[in-house]
Design a protein around this ligand. Sequence first.
Ligand SMILES: [Cu+2]
Length: 483
Amino acid sequence: MSATRRQFLKTLGAAAPALLLPKTGLAGMGGPGNSSTISVPLFQQPLKIPPVLQPVSSTAWQDVYELTQVSTSVEIIPGTQTPILGYNGMTPGPVLRVDSDRQTVVRHHNNTDVQTTTHLHGGHMQAGDDGHPIDYVNPGATREYVYSNRQLPATLWYHDHPMDVTGEHVYAGLAGFYLVSDDYERSLGLPAGDQEIAIVIQDRTFAADGSLVYSDNILGELGDTILVNGTPYPYLEVSTQKYRLRILNGSNARTYTLALSNGASFVQIGSDGGLLPAPVTRSTLTIAAAERVDVVVDFGNASVGQQITLRNTAGSGSTAEIMRFDVATVQDDPSVVPQVLRPIERLDPASAVQTRRWVFGMSGGPMPWVINGSPYDPYRIDAMPRLGTTEIWELSNRTGMMHPVHLHDVMWQIIDVNGRPPAAYDAGWKDTFQIPPMATVRVIGRFDDYAGDPNDVTSAYMMHCHILEHEDHAMMAQFVVVA
Ligand SMILES: [Cu+2]
């Protein structure tokens, strides 16, 4: 353990009581998931649509937003109050809707009692604005993050990313959507307005008083109550139209397999990094922590009064249900799903200047999850790819559980999984990859636009497992793009 990490843990120990998250059981011993001591009825509360944040100022090329990170309480389980950490006091936080190539400045005020650092997941931004785990915003401080949005439209999300406690802070509520669009995407005629809904699925465990139970389970924190946009098992009244659902798995660890109770299919139009070249019809969607699937669900053949549930076939009991769609009105549907969405430039493996191998494994030490045999060290640079070059990264899992591996900075394409090309729905731009047990996934990416300084670790980009307790227990590495 480095001196820095010890110092950090000491600092955290002083600040931790402010979080109001009870620790239960033997922290980190990886037993079965916690059990809520409060039961939550299904489909009793409407789905909340988080508000769209308005800029505090704008110019011809830039919008400035402000968010305040606060410690507060909200009603999640009816009749109880849940202490949370929330952007503007809510979880999920407000939605930022931005356009490609138009700069965003997000001014974060940290009004909590803990150090934070905000990462825009899927964002391609200058080195130094990526929310490095020790580039802290201290309690009471303000920090501006600048995002060029020099990237394709996609469903991104912002969340807290501090050293060792990302899992606890995201669990406590620090996450929100950041949706990038452009005129081309808007011209496609996809479902829009009230028919375009971003939903984040998260699992949580609640104590009898409504407070969150978090145990920092090193195998990955699993809750037994499913929240969608911060509400347990909500319902949404829909009309007989197509709906575009931008689905984010914002859970700390849980993987879901989504299916509709009426047997209808999803038409997947996008993945982490934006639109696929063409729609792909799927009966189920397996989505790991931090992945996004952009799908269209057609209620056009449903009848008023019909109730269709979104289920998790990978779950059981209280984790098998997610939300319900109640068909309430008949409406004409002007939307379409074009057979050509957005052509994708295929990166050519022959253009790669380097192949790097990253092995995700376990060690016997206090930080059990490692990459290439080493726990994360914020002062060690693990790779220095050159600006403007293309590389192949081999992501190899040498453990018995799947790791969803997230690469910061740029979007990637999967070359193959154990030597086999990806399915069509996984062949678009991606930033988070399911690496099955003992498998190797090869991905290819190009380090465009932004270089950092190898002598300044806060200009490094992260790569890590997005099971947040694996990340916090050191399954993370970092790279600086060098000019
Ligand atoms: Cu992992």
